[in-house]
Design a protein around this ligand. Sequence first.
Ligand code: NDP
Length: 453
Amino acid sequence: MIERLVIMGATGDLTGRYLLPGLAALRARGYLGDGFELIAASREDWDDDRFRTHAAAWLEEEAADVDAGARTFVLRSSHYRRLDLGDAATVAACVAGDGPVAAYLALPPSVFPLAVRALHSAGLPTGSRVVLEKPFGEDLASAIELNRLLASVMSEGEIFRVDHFLAMTTVQTLLGTRLANRVLEPIWNGAHIDEVEIVWEESLALEGRAGYYDGVGALKDMVQNHLLQILCLVAMEPPITLGERDLRDRKLDVLRSIRPFDEVRVRSATRRARYLAGRLGDRQVPAYVDESGVDPAHGTETFAEVVFELEGWRWADTAFRVRTGKAMARDRKEVVVHFRQVPHLPSGDALPPSNRLRFGLEAQELSLELTGVGPGVGVSLVPLVLQAQLEEPELPAYGRLLLNVLSGDTTLSIRGDEAEESWRVVTPILDGWEAGHVPMEEYPAGSDGPVGQ
Ligand code: NDP
């Protein structure tokens, strides 16, 4: 277990909102020993006290439910270093010391290459690891370039391309449910499953994050990484073990089996839209293009829908409908497996609705929609929903992700070839949208998205 974590970009939102609470949760559960040290580095000319005050405010806000002693431990174990990626001495000062470090790049993706080079020149202690947040690259070419750079300075087992969706317990529930139930595996294919919906719709709008989001948009922000990863977990062949090689090989197979998008499929199987002014709860929200910091010329979408098809025997004729949007009427974050209808009812009645298996992605919920039998004479069919409320996870997603990094387990991080393959999948869609093959639709903030879904 590595005991020194260097967060580069430690004054930013990711560190405060997720990494510090993740560390506090790790300490509260006994995963961080007394020797743990956090080196918090960023451009501000701060000292330890200034950083600790800043960190304490974030922990108060985001980790109020975590044991107070664990929160204090995170503050006490942190030291601040000023960081200038162009000044090798400042980088060396962050990593110098006994034993390997885990260097977490909580930085804007545009400076990842600069940071990797700076860490290499500074001389990372043997056995160190580098953690890269999403997005990994800004397109296929930059992802390939970044992979080349990383491979020239360290081995794949030392590189963590993290995707916190893989660390969400619900995603693991999905995998466990799929693979540990005899009743599911024989019907987990196109003969029995008509459509799989993978939905991440949120009622939050831009919330002041134009600097990150504008020019990126829903497809790159959500589909290229998080939602394609979930698609992989739903569709992959059962791996022999849950070790990093088997799991990542099987995910890669799925990405490689996605039918490539030509112009006809970009037009017929993808949609993009952005929100207009509207109401979200009791708030009036401006149109996306009127949000502060947005340049309408970027043509950024806040809603994307893509229907993927997979080549191969298992998934012939199954649609994988992936949808994400901001400023929607409600939070809907789930995977819904729609089974095919029964072919015949001996009673001669209309066919009942098809069975659905639903996995909540944020809420710990699992439900199966069946058809049951109602009261009365004869067979009257009624909907029957079996619902399970799952136990809360031991650790939040970022706690789990940090534990994997510190303990050297790459299972939940993305391998270089997976990252490139995901870009290969979405690049024709991005190109088709850029070329104007798909209109930019609009929907009022607080609605269910563009009409005609
Ligand atoms: P912020 O802009 O809030 O923070 C970025 C941090 O990096 C700041 O501390 C900033 O310092 C520092 N920084 C920027 N440029 C440099 C530079 N050239 N040299 C040294 N330090 C620099 O971004 P986030 O924290 O939101 O995001 C960080 C990463 O995490 C990004 O890759 C993002 O895509 C990813 N991510 C973020 C999520 C989130 O919810 N926030 C969720 C998932 C991924 P300064 O304040 O001086 O600019």
